[in-house]
Design a protein around this ligand. Structure first.
Ligand SMILES: Cc1cc2nc3c(=O)[nH]c(=O)nc-3n(C[C@H](O)[C@H](O)[C@H](O)COP(=O)(O)OP(=O)(O)OC[C@H]3O[C@@H](n4cnc5c(N)ncnc54)[C@H](O)[C@@H]3O)c2cc1C
Length: 500
């Protein structure tokens, strides 16, 4: 009889080494959490897929020192809502606008960081079985070397839209069926005019020629229902739809990549079931309009990493890990809603013209421009952190330029080491001493920084308690005492047995 392989153990198992799993594993590794990252693929994915990073995601990457790793990035100052262009620089962020980077490159940068932080990456590990008890999660993998079993305290499913983790762990899905389908292709050897989200009488078409001469075409022929597919469309199908909609012939081109997607959406009703959590496309999936899917998933990971690390290290307050669902599920629903609204406006035909007209006019004004830029990038996300009245409570603090101890720094740099920050901008020595005295009990988890802000300090307070993900959970003007806020987010005061 062949002996059964020994069961290996890890503290956290992340299934799925796509961008979301890689960011999460990197964060956990940085917090000193023993993490295994398993993926069924033998090699990283090589497609361009989601090729735009938004301002909030860039801020989170900047905080981790990763923006430089991308080298020079192409900046796209325009955003769009259902194809209605507007200047996305209206959002208050040093990274306002969109940044062009193919998904395989994003994965490469996040992958290097995950490995450098100590994550144990296991390729050719396909999850197919799961046993979740009160104490642990036991995962069964198929590998080329035979079955493998791994035991973990927590499991995070970052395994994409068809998530195996979600199915095996019994998560429920809310979903909407597909009503329309888009075909797209990268084609060499064609010369068609550039169409930016163009609406024709017979449908929708977009085309853009890349520097290497390859043209990406995307088309929806009005009234055609989605097709059940087991693989990509044929190029004949794409060329026929393109000609029907635009009257242009691309049939002589050479297809390099073919894809079809529809407007179905799905969202897990809970993002946590006991020891199992979901993030990224495993938690929410929708039509890739406006490049929000990947950004949403990366922002899930940034919300979850520090909370899960706190849980594993034993200092998390009781509700901290549940706050991941409470905070991120509404954000996911909001993105799905705006994507559905965009699909209606983009593909709804002439009946939507008056609404588009009104929206176009509104988007020409600075206030609405900033609001839409905030909505589509995630910059406007505000969590319910208790207390009311202070403008920054629950939002991320903008990346202010600061001087501390005579050295220039920024909010992002202060957050870079992964701890919470109590940022005192009062310039008042006795106030600073008071804040330090209160925060002293949390010294391993919360870093206290006195600084001077070069620009005018934000209007609603001159001292801020920031979580490691940059969201403000207390300010001078919040009615909640600082000690209470520290307890709520960073547990009981006292020495830490392990690093935060
Ligand atoms: C063909 C395609 C084109 C896309 N185009 C766009 C676009 O143009 N714009 C846009 O915004 N978004 C696009 N998306 C969506 C975007 O790529 C996703 O939002 C993003 O990849 C989500 O990242 P993730 O890490 O959550 O999941 P994924 O990137 O899907 O990664 C999941 C990982 O889990 C692994 N995995 C799955 N099941 C198992 C298992 N049982 N065991 C072990 N490993 C497993 C997979 O191998 C994969 O590496 C596209 C997606 C696809 C598939």
């Amino acid at each position: 009889m062949t002996p059964r392989p020994a069961v290996e153990a890890t503290r956290v198992l992340v299934v799925g080494a796509g961008p979301v799993g890689l960011l999460l594993a990197g964060d956990l590794g940085q917090y000193g959490v023993n993490v295994v990252l398993a993926d069924r693929l033998a090699e990283p994915m090589a497609e361009s897929r989601a090729s735009q990073l938004g301002a909030r995601t860039m801020e989170l990457l900047g905080q981790r020192g990763l923006v430089e790793e991308f080298g020079t990035l192409e900046h796209e100052p325009a955003g769009h809502f259902a194809g209605l262009s507007f200047d996305a620089r209206a959002a208050g962020s040093r990274y306002a606008g969109n940044w062009k980077v193919p998904q395989f490159r994003t994965e490469a940068v996040l992958g290097d960081r995950a490995l450098a932080s100590g994550a144990d990456l296991r390729r050719e590990h396909e999850l197919h079985g799961l046993d979740v008890t009160d104490d642990a999660v036991v995962a069964e993998f198929r590998t080329p070397a035979g079955p493998r079993t791994l035991r973990a305290e927590y499991l995070v499913g970052c395994d994409g839209a068809a998530s195996t983790v979600r199915g095996l762990a019994g998560f429920a899905l809310a979903r909407g069926a597909a009503g329309r389908e888009l075909l797209r292709a990268d084609v060499a050897g064609i010369d068609v005019p550039g169409h930016r989200f163009a609406r024709f009488e017979r449908g929708f078409a977009a085309s853009a020629r890349r520097a290497d001469g390859v043209t990406r075409v995307m088309v929806h022929a009005s009234g055609r229902p989605p097709v059940h597919r087991t693989g990509p469309p044929s190029f004949d199908e794409v060329a026929e739809a393109w000609e029907t909609v635009t009257g242009e012939n691309i049939a002589d081109g050479t297809p390099l990549w073919l894809d079809a997607f529809d407007d179905a959406w799905a969202q897990a009703t809970r993002y946590r079931r006991g020891r199992v959590l979901l993030a990224g496309d495993a938690a929410h999936a929708h039509m890739p309009i406006g490049g929000q899917a990947l950004n949403l998933g990366l922002q899930d990971a940034a919300n979850l990493g520090w909370k899960l690390a706190a849980q594993v290290h034993g200092w998390a307050p009781p509700a901290l890990l549940d706050s991941y669902h409470d905070e991120r599920h509404p954000v996911g629903s909001r993105v799905i809603d705006n994507v559905r609204a965009q699909a209606l406006l983009q593909f709804g035909g002439a009946a939507t013209d008056p609404v588009r007209q009104v929206l176009a006019e509104i988007l020409d004004r600075p206030g609405p421009r900033a609001a839409f830029a905030g909505l589509l990038s995630g910059l406007d996300v505000r969590y319910d952190v208790g207390g009311e009245g202070a403008a920054h409570l629950g939002t991320r603090l903008p990346d202010l330029e600061l001087t501390s101890d005579g050295t220039r720094t920024t909010v992002a740099r202060l957050l870079g080491e992964g701890r919470a920050v109590l940022l005192d901008l009062t310039g008042d020595g006795s106030r600073a001493a008071q804040l330090r005295a209160v925060a002293d009990g949390w010294s391993g988890r919360v870093r206290v920084v006195d600084a001077h802000c070069a620009a005018a300090a934000p209007a609603d307070g001159a001292a801020f308690l920031l979580r490691p993900d940059g969201h403000v959970v207390w300010t001078d003007l919040a009615p909640v005492p600082l000690r209470e806020a520290l307890r709520r987010w960073f547990g009981e005061p006292g020495a830490l047995a392990r690093r935060p």
